[in-house]
Design a binder for this molecule. Structure first.
Ligand SMILES: [Zn+2]
Length: 128
């Protein structure tokens, strides 16, 4: 998949959410607070659903609400998920290129440190 295909595939918030739900839960929501799978999906009005609100679930065991974003790097971010997906895709692509180009010159720890440093700088800039 290239960047253009990624942008087309994940061109709405809801498509990103559905992908995360599949990857994180295999489409069977699990409470991130107590790991119970006894959950109920909260109902939204049609207007909110139309604008791509994040589905909220209620845990019947611990009585707390959550979404697929709870406890992830996306939770407290104001950046749209579509942009997150592009950012993460770019990071992983750069990582692959770096691996090919610098494998003879850099150790794995050096590359990991460099990528993590850039990632942290990016997050800090986005949240300030
Ligand atoms: Zn729970």
């Amino acid at each position: 998949m290239n960047l253009i295909q990624l942008q087309k595939k994940f061109n709405t918030h809801l498509k990103c959410i559905r992908h995360l739900e599949k990857v994180r839960w295999n489409n069977k929501p699990v409470c991130p607070h107590c790991e119970s799978d006894g959950v109920t999906k909260r109902k939204f009005n049609s207007l909110r659903q139309k604008h791509g609100a994040t589905p909220i679930y209620h845990c019947n065991s611990c009585n707390r609400d959550f979404s697929v974003l709870t406890g992830t790097i996306f939770e407290a971010s104001n950046m749209p998920l579509q942009k997150w997906f592009i950012f993460l895709f770019t990071i992983f692509t750069i990582q692959r290129i770096m691996t090919y180009r610098y494998i003879c010159r850099c150790t794995l720890n050096q590359m990991t440190l460099r990528l993590n440093t850039n990632y942290i700088k990016y997050l800090v800039n986005k949240t300030t």
